[in-house]
Design a protein. Structure first.
Length: 276
């Protein structure tokens, strides 16, 4: 299989973009030095030099802090590589006290980086209760409890909103339901019917969010102060690691309903990370 690499053009400038508020001037940085990539070409298994797993129902058995319904496993039924794609599959089944299984993989301790462009080409499932995500967590969460360690959500998607994704940042003073967030809506298309590239470019004083190379949001240190009345802290100044997962249910999407189809799979074509 041939995979085409699309890199963003490198420009340091201020642009007015039609996808953004007309009054928003947003700086676009470029990162074109490829430092990590997984094309998922090892048939049947993840690259253990890059990926490990989160397992279970979360610390304290609490649904990963969001009342999620799935049990994360490392079984091939839930996570595998086939024909050059990563497959994360959510299933409706009784397993270790849960009614659903899925997978959550991460690069913690294996690949962690501060700043750069992080991107993945992904196709997502459809239906009430599905909550797939491509995101980053600070590598100091063991010492600085979330949200002090920081979280960058490159892509979150709710299965009953097939034209919409969200990009968000969480830190002290702006976390969970109070995160700094913005949605991106496709016109005449859906995220569950084809692949899209979700990207984030991160510099010391701002984070840019992209869908298919369209910049739709920029979060800056100034935004954090303005959104939190001066109380928020910018905590995006240290290495973060990558997470890919498919959650089921929870505070944001709600539970599956009678029309939700199982099993379904989030399909990932590649993950790439660039520096300047």
């Amino acid at each position: 299989m041939i995979k085409l690499i699309g890199k963003s053009l490198v420009v340091l400038t201020f642009l007015m973009l039609t996808s953004c508020d007309p009054n928003e001037a947003q700086r676009v940085a470029s990162f074109d030095n490829l430092v990590m990539q997984d094309e998922f070409d090892i048939e049947g298994t993840l690259d253990s030099n890059l990926w490990t797993f989160d397992l279970g129902k979360g610390p304290g058995n609490d649904g990963w802090g969001n009342n999620e319904l799935q049990y994360y496993t490392d079984r091939t039924e839930n996570v595998t590589v086939e024909n050059g794609y990563l497959l994360i599959t959510a299933k409706e089944e009784a397993f270790n006290g849960a009614n659903y299984t899925s997978a959550r993989i991460k690069t913690e301790g294996l690949f962690e980086q501060a700043y750069g462009r992080f991107e993945a080409r992904i196709k997502v499932p459809y239906g009430k209760g599905y909550w797939p995500a491509f995101w980053l967590l600070g590598n100091d969460c063991g010492q600085n409890i979330w949200p002090q360690c920081g979280e960058i959500d490159i892509m979150e998607y709710l299965g009953n909103m097939p034209t919409t994704v969200f990009g968000s940042a969480h830190g002290p003073g702006y976390a969970a339901g109070d995160a700094i967030s913005k949605k991106y809506v496709l016109e005449n298309d859906r995220f569950d019917t084809g692949f899209h590239v979700f990207g984030m470019e991160w510099a010391p004083d701002y984070i840019n969010y992209y869908v298919d190379d369209v910049l739709y949001q920029q979060i800056t240190k100034q935004n954090v102060l303005e959104e939190t009345n001066g109380e928020g802290q910018w905590v995006f100044d240290h290495p973060f690691y990558i997470i890919l997962n498919v959650a089921i249910g929870g505070n944001l999407p709600g539970s599956p309903n009678t029309e939700t189809v199982f099993p379904q799979t989030m399909i990932v074509d590649y993950v790439r990370v660039y520096q300047k």
